[in-house]
Design a protein around this ligand. Structure first.
Ligand SMILES: N[C@@H](CCC(=O)N[C@@H](CS)C(=O)NCC(=O)O)C(=O)O
Length: 227
């Protein structure tokens, strides 16, 4: 399996952490600056990473970080990361859909301006609005992050260390890596979230730390450019 990745991205970090934690065989191709090339678009018209390339996939490639982790868990029967029982699995799926559909768009609006990443068409941040309007949109998104964060804590974790219960699941990998980006705006993480991220790193060890170094290194770099 070959992974096409962008190293400063937390969407990519999710899969990069997962394949290491699951001890799967893989190679990584850094596609910085290549996602809009003719060759890449021919494989993946969405031009999104992470993208996995492997035999046996109907189209030869697969993108969307959560779909890649789900597929690999299914293929290799990695039930410790993705429980097989339908009700337990549904909670992991719900947490990941909620993250991609609700938390991540807020987090992107709040952090992408500071990260120097482009925002989607139609967002205030990518419009020709004033810098005050853009700052107000960014602040509104930042302020709205607290609610979904609390949902992860109170509903999905519900007194256990992880969404997966006693051990991290693929939903935990997706959540912990996502929270990494909040450092770029000095987001005041609640105490539980700091404990959670430390527990994730402790539980997954180098599998987490190595891809995290790329994301954290990028954040350190963009912050140094501002000073
Ligand atoms: N929901 C997707 C988001 C993927 C995504 O936005 N990827 C960005 C990097 S953060 C990308 O590859 N952009 C390159 C491009 O659009 O050319 C996932 O979780 O995989």
């Amino acid at each position: 399996m070959k992974l096409h990745v962008l190293k400063p991205s937390v969407n990519n970090m999710a899969v990069r952490v997962f394949v290491r934690a699951a001890k799967l065989g893989f190679t990584e191709d850094d596609v910085y600056g290549k996602t809009r090339t003719k060759e890449f678009i021919a494989m993946n018209p969405a031009h999104l990473t992470p993208m996995m390339e492997a035999k046996g996939l109907p189209k030869g490639v697969l993108w969307e970080s959560c779909a890649i982790m789900q597929y690999l868990c299914n293929k290799h029967e990695l039930t410790k990361f993705y429980p097989k029982a339908p009700a337990k699995r549904a909670m992991i799926d719900s947490a990941m859909f909620y993250l991609i559909g609700t938390l991540y768009p807020l987090l992107a609006r709040a952090t992408y301006p500071a990260l120097g990443f482009p925002q989607y068409a139609g967002e205030v941040g990518s419009s020709d609005g004033t810098s005050e309007q853009k700052a107000a949109a960014q602040k509104a998104a930042k302020d709205a992050i607290a609610e979904p964060l609390e949902v992860f804590h109170k509903f999905y974790m519900d007194g256990t260390p992880f969404i997966g219960g006693a051990k991290p699941s693929i939903a935990d990998i997706r959540l912990a890596v996502t929270l990494e980006f909040l450092a770029v705006i000095d987001y005041p993480l609640p105490a539980w979230a700091k404990t959670y991220m430390a527990a994730m790193e402790k539980s997954l060890g180098k599998a987490y730390a190595e891809p995290a170094a790329d994301v954290r290194g990028y954040i350190t770099y963009v912050r140094s450019q501002k000073n």
